[in-house]
Design a protein around this ligand. Sequence first.
Ligand code: ADP
Length: 629
Amino acid sequence: YVKEKLNSFEYMLEGFDEDWISTSSNSRTVQYTNLFPGEYTFKIKSSNSDGYWSNVNSYNIIIKPPFWLTYQALILFLAFLVLVIYLIRKEMKNRLRLKQELVTEKVNRERDIKLNNEKLRFFTNISHELRTPLTLILGPAKQLLEESNENSSDYQKSRFNLIHQNASRLLNLVNQVLDFRKAQTGELKLKVSKTDILLFTTNTFDSFKEFAFNKQIDFNIISEVEHLFGWIDRDKFDKILYNLLSNAIKFTNKYGHVDLFVKLKENDENTLVIEVSDDGIGIPLKSQEKIFTRFYQATNSKENNTGSGIGLSLVKSLVELHKGTIVVESKPNEGSTFTVEIPIHRESYSKKEVFEFISNKEISEPETFVPIKRKTTNTDIKDKILVIEDNTELRKYLIDYLSAYYKVYEAENGEEGLQLCRKIKPMLCVADVMMPVMDGLEFCNELKNDEFISHIPVILLTALSENEDKVKGYDVGADSYLVKPFDPLLLKSVIVNTIKTRLELKAKFSDEVESEVGLLTHSPIDRELMDQVTNIIEEHIDDVDLTTNVLCQELGMSSSKLYRKIKELTDLAPNEFIRTIRLKKSAKLLRSKKYNVSEVTNLVGFNDPLYFSRCFKKQFGFPPSKLLK
Ligand code: ADP
């Protein structure tokens, strides 16, 4: 303690330092900062100025670990980790499941849509198939019904009636499926025309009277107005009414009531309101919104309903196409009321949808057969007609039916038809559109491009009523188009009319000053030929020596071929045709009042005014001088 300044110390922390550490003379403190938890022994010894070392003093030091380094903390931490992993996994699993569900849902939906479309396609194809046999049932049934009037018993008549009625009903169903398909694919187009709506509705209503009567249902049509005119698509409107009325009667028990109200919307002259109400079985609330979806049938009606669940879905599509609305109000066991509202003002529809004129033919029965007299043909010789149809039964039936009026030839497909056509040159061809080997469209196309037979009119028959097909048909030059099933009577009147029109056109061409030769050509190839012929004649019109031979030379055509072609198209021999053109030209010149008769005689290649006048009078029925007055 004497020379305190010369004292020295040495220390060591056992467990941390490896050796003794001596302190410097001016610092007497020791500091340890980053010691790990654990047990240590701090040793210290000192010496005085003489270098005499004391005993070692030692202190036990325990450094306790912080909480987070304890076992408990570790366990807690591990537990926490496990929990977090568990939660993350669970969340991931959840998400995966959701995703999978979504995918399955999507796949299911796509499958449903595909299935539905397949179903529809199947229905549609079947329906097309059904149309041909239906033609074969409806046609003969109608025929039997017509023939039965005088000489058959009431029993027979009622049987025939039954066949006809049910075949018609079947046809309606088939058409419904086809319409439904079209509605689903957006192919239906609106075609509104001015209509006596009340009369039209009453007609449809009447067709249900018997059905209602059989079930002893009190069935009424009620309207506050006497006349109701408006713009509607008759076909669509009829289908809407048909479905609503048939449902109402179907789902109403015996002795029930079904009413059809027709009125204008209150405060809105331009909206038609149709209400079909019944006191039948009604529709449960939870089904009400679903009945307008396809293939849905409410549980209330399952046991006695043989329907397909497409009726109301079609109705809704049709109402919406018609820019209208449909709602249902119903209570089980009390009845249902369907209310349809559609605009009937012309302005509600676009130009494309408005049809100013729909011929009565579309709503009334086909016109009855009026035999026509041909000018040039002996009535004993029947006109030749060629029927090309692959379905043997339908072909036989048509031949059977038409043979009473025409000499009918048959072919099984387009190719056969074409060959036969070239051979026999029929007055007209009736061809089915869908046929093996060569279909009707191709047949028609080939025919219209073959100069030997291009003048022959073609009537196409098809099961497809789509407009597109009609357009295709007309594009290839078809003269008419009939949709199966058709009334044979209708086919006959179309044939008669087509032939009649052709003959009338020919007569008109010869007899009238005004009519042009273009009227007589029905295919581009014919048109071209006739244009050439008339051009040549007009170029040489003042030439007295213009004869058939000149024409043949200029056209590079044999005289027999030219004769045949001109005869077929105009019913005139070439020299008659030349004369007709000359006379028509003379009439034009006379009418211009610039020339007198003898001048005109020269201008159109006649050499004698007297002879010219005689020919003129014979052709047009009046003397040339009349045109000068
Ligand atoms: P379908 O009559 O072929 O079954 P619809 O689409 O016409 O198909 O009708 C769908 C369903 O709506 C029917 O199955 C029936 O359950 C119900 N329904 C339709 N109209 C009536 C009605 N007037 N009264 C009671 N239920 C009806």
